[in-house]
Design a protein around this ligand. Structure first.
Ligand code: F6P
Length: 328
C-alpha cells in the first residue's frame, strides 16, 4: 500500500492526562514500523508556532508507557486560535516536510486542529486525551479511568476518617464543564449525592435527605462535587449546607491536580496504545483523516473533527437516581 504521508508530527495539548505518553509511544513506534519519519512537537501548538520540533526515534519513547504527564509537555495556546499563529505553525511543518499530524488532547485542542486542517493541506487525526471524558464519539478518553481510580482511592481514605468522626465530607473532584469524574467516583465510593455541572441541584432536597439520615443515625455521608457545578465548588456547597444545618460537622476536601498525575491504569494504557496505532494507520491510508478516533462498543469510531468539537457527552439523568437509591 502506498502511504499518503511520509513525515508525521505528534503533539499533546490542553490539560495533560495519564496515558498520553502511551499514546505518543504508539504513534512513534507505529510510524517507524511503517517507515515514516516521526517528529515530536513540544508544548502543543506553541511548539508548532515556535518551531520546537524534533525527530523521534524508537528509543525516544522507551520507558514512558507507565508514566503520567507527557514527555512532549503541553500548553493551551491562544496564538493558535489566530490565523497568523496557524500560518506560522504551518510554515514550520512545511519546512520540515511534515505532511500528517496527530493531536492528543481535548475539545479545545480539536478546535485548533479542525481549523488547521481546513486551512492547510496537512491531514490531522485527533486522539481524545482528557481526564474529563467530556467528548462525544468515544466511550473513553485517555486519562479518565486513571483519574477516576485516583479519586476513588482518595475518597476511600476520606471515608475512613469520616466514619471515625461521624462526619459529612464534601469532596471536590475535577471537571470544569463535566461531571463524569464526579459521577464515576461518586458511584464507586457510595457517595450520598453528586453535584455536577450537567444538572441543577436542589439544595433543599440535599439537606432534607441529610436531615432524614441524621434521624436514622446515619451520620457518615460523602457528597462528591464537580469543580464546575453551579455552586462553584465544594466550599460553596459546604456554606450552603451549613447555613441550613448549623450543627452539622462538615469538612471539605478538594482533590485537585493529583487526579491528573500518576501511572496510567491498564485501561488507559490499552486505549492509548490502540488509538495511537490507529492514528498512524489512518494517516497512511488517507481515508479517514481529519477525524477524532474514539472507541465505541469496543470498536474504533471515527468522528469528523468539525462534529467532534460541536458535540459533548451527555449524562443520563437515571444515573443520578441510581446514586440516590444506592446511598439511601
Ligand atoms: O481539562 C482537564 C482539567 O483537569 C479540568 O477538569 C480542569 O478544570 C482543568 O483541566 C484545570 O486546568 P489547569 O490545570 O490548567 O488549571
Amino acid at each position: 500500500m502506498e502511504s499518503k504521508v511520509s513525515k508525521i508530527g505528534v503533539l499533546t495539548s490542553g490539560g495533560d492526562a495519564p496515558g498520553m505518553n502511551a499514546a505518543i509511544r504508539a504513534v512513534v513506534r507505529t510510524g517507524i514500523y511503517y517507515g515514516l519519519d516521526v517528529f515530536g512537537i513540544m508544548r502543543g501548538y506553541t511548539g508548532m508556532i515556535e518551531n520546537d520540533i524534533f525527530r523521534m526515534e524508537s528509543k525516544s519513547v522507551a520507558n514512558i508507557i507507565q508514566r503520567g504527564g507527557t514527555i512532549l509537555k503541553t500548553a493551551r495556546c491562544k496564538e493558535f486560535f489566530e490565523p497568523e499563529g496557524r500560518k506560522k505553525a504551518y510554515e514550520n511543518l512545511k519546512r520540515l516536510g511534515i505532511n500528517g499530524l496527530v493531536v492528543i488532547g481535548g475539545d479545545g485542542s480539536f478546535r485548533g486542529a479542525q481549523k488547521f486542517s481546513t486551512e492547510f493541506d496537512i491531514p490531522c487525526i485527533g486522539l481524545p486525551g482528557t481526564i474529563d471524558k467530556d467528548m462525544a464519539g468515544t466511550d473513553f478518553t485517555i486519562g479518565f479511568d486513571t483519574a477516576v481510580n485516583t479519586a476513588i482511592s482518595a475518597i476511600d481514605k476520606i471515608r475512613d476518617t469520616a466514619d471515625a468522626h461521624d462526619r459529612l465530607f464534601i469532596i471536590e473532584v475535577m471537571g470544569r464543564d463535566s461531571g463524569y469524574i464526579a459521577l464515576h467516583s461518586g458511584i464507586g465510593t457510595g457517595a450520598e449525592n453528586i453535584l455536577i455541572p450537567e444538572y441543577k441541584t436542589n439544595i433543599e432536597e440535599v439537606v432534607e435527605r441529610l436531615q432524614e439520615k441524621e434521624k436514622r443515625k446515619k451520620l457518615v455521608n460523602l457528597l462528591v462535587v464537580a469543580e464546575g457545578d453551579e455552586f462553584g465548588g465544594a466550599n460553596e456547597v459546604a456554606k450552603a449546607i451549613k447555613a441550613r444545618m448549623p450543627n452539622a460537622d462538615i469538612k471539605v476536601c478538594i482533590l485537585g491536580h493529583i487526579q491528573r498525575g500518576g501511572a496510567p491504569s491498564s485501561i488507559d494504557r490499552l486505549i492509548a496504545s490502540r488509538l495511537g496505532y490507529a492514528a498512524v494507520e489512518c494517516l497512511i491510508k488517507g481515508d479517514k483523516v481529519n477525524t477524532m478516533i474514539g472507541v465505541v462498543n469496543n470498536h474504533l469510531h471515527y468522528t469528523p473533527l468539525n462534529e467532534a468539537v460541536k458535540e459533548t457527552q451527555t449524562i443520563d439523568p437515571e444515573w443520578l437516581k441510581i446514586v440516590k437509591i444506592l446511598a439511601s
